[in-house]
Design a protein around this ligand. Structure first.
Ligand code: PMP
Length: 408
């Protein structure tokens, strides 16, 4: 009934053998699959679960709005409350536009930058993920080269490659796209070098181009402001999605007055973009973001997890590479070029009821408690001991074989 089964990265075909495809329910930090197995979930829906699944403080607000009116012939006035709240929280922003998915926000950011500058060229870091539209999908099947004819790549954190791409764009530069930190699949994460981030800003100021920070994945997981506020660099546009309504479907493009005319000029809309219930959920989530220690709690637990996993790896003779912010960990292994160790360890963790990922960054949520982290650490010890004892029998996962074949 569904072409090739579940599509995208949530297809069980690309995941370890023990990964369930379908889930029956979720609550707090836990998921249940359709066979009734329970998992401590370190994927958090690939980001949307910030506070805990089915948080009643958020879901009650959404349900109350559903009773009043959700998808109507026009928006509820809470749209304005939400725009004001986002603008008040995010330092660089003077305005907000609401949409549904992260890809809507990144696509609107690109269009806004082009409408504002009248230029075509967009610079994107090699390997960065900005969504699944034809201009940014990592799998080009069904797209044409013209979809990204005016895109050029630079290397994240590499000022020389950025400067070369800007110089090559000449007077046709519309925007530099930047991830808040390097969070590419299959790779160690890298925090932004402040010199690189500052150079992005300077180059945009010199050329009149727009600086876009894609905070879809990291938004409100590093800061209660745009992630680059932590290094003192303000973009012109920032893209938000995933977490700010704790799982309810809404995303946003925020911008400053430098590109407001561009945002006013583009045509962007969708049947569900103005629905009110996700906006109510977002307002409730943003209140919790402002008023609680959800972020510090996730960092404390993330530190505990990283230390415990490092000890478990060492005790079992593995060289585990843990990178990125502790609340958004990426875990890879040394001497594991085809990720067979990564898949095997994720598989063993899944069998023990801990949902982790072999090559994508993970997420902690505020519903986790110390006992959850300790359960994950003791599971890691048992999982790694099992992987060690079978190390000679491990095979690369078919998806990785296919991927490596495709990339030569
Ligand atoms: N940008 C980043 C950094 C993302 O991580 C994602 C989604 N993983 C997107 C954009 C696209 O968001 P969505 O899947 O909601 O369209």
């Amino acid at each position: 009934m569904i072409p090739n089964g579940v599509y995208g990265h949530q297809s069980a075909r690309v995941l370890p053998a023990s990964c369930p495809q379908f889930f029956s329910k979720a609550e707090g930090a836990y998921l249940w699959d359709v066979d009734g197995r329970k998992y401590l979930d370190f994927m958090c829906g690939y980001g949307p679960n910030l506070l805990g699944y089915c948080d009643p403080r958020v879901d009650d607000a959404a349900a109350a709005q559903m009773k009043i009116g959700d998808t109507m012939t026009g928006p509820s006035p809470i749209m304005v409350d939400l725009a004001e709240t986002l603008v008040a929280m995010v330092g660089h922003a003077d305005w907000a536009m609401l949409c549904k998915n992260g890809t809507d926000a990144t696509t609107m950011a690109m269009s806004t930058a082009r409408a504002q500058t009248g230029n075509r060229r967009i610079l994107i870091a090699a390997g960065a993920y900005h969504g699944s539209a034809p201009w940014c999908t990592p799998v080009p099947n069904g797209t044409v080269p013209e979809d990204r004819a005016h895109h050029r790549q630079y290397v994240y954190n590499d000022v020389a490659s950025l400067e070369a791409a800007v110089a090559e764009a000449g007077d046709d530069l519309a925007a530099i796209f930047a991830s808040p930190f390097k969070h590419d699949a299959f790779a160690d994460q890298e925090l932004p070098d402040p010199a690189y981030a500052r150079r992005c800003r300077e180059l945009c100021d010199e050329t009149g181009a727009m600086l876009i920070v894609d905070d879809v994945r990291a938004g409100f997981r590093l800061a209660r402001d745009c992630s680059w506020s932590l290094i003192g660099v303000e973009p012109d546009l920032s893209c938000w999605g995933k977490s700010f309504a704790n799982g309810h479907p809404i995303s946003a493009l925020l911008g400053n007055d430098r590109c407001k005319a561009g945002a006013e000029a583009i045509y962007a809309t969708g049947s569900f973009w103005l629905s009110a219930a996700p906006m109510a959920a977002a307002l409730a989530t943003l209140k919790i973001i402002q008023e609680t220690d959800y972020l510090e709690h996730c960092v404390t637990l993330g530190d505990r997890l990283r230390t415990g996993f490092a000890e478990a790896a060492k005790a079992n003779g593995f060289s585990m590479r843990q990178s990125g912010p502790v609340q958004m960990p990426q875990i890879l292994f040394e001497d594991d070029p085809d990720f067979r160790i990564g898949y095997a360890w994720a598989d063993e963790m899944l069998k023990r009821g801990v949902y982790i990922h072999p090559w994508h960054n993970m997420f902690l949520c505020a519903a986790m408690i110390e006992a959850d982290i300790d359960f994950a650490i003791s599971s890691a010890n048992a999982a790694l001991a099992n992987v060690k004892s079978n190390i000679d029998e491990l095979q690369p996962h078919p998806f990785v074989v296919q991927l490596m074949g495709a990339s030569g």
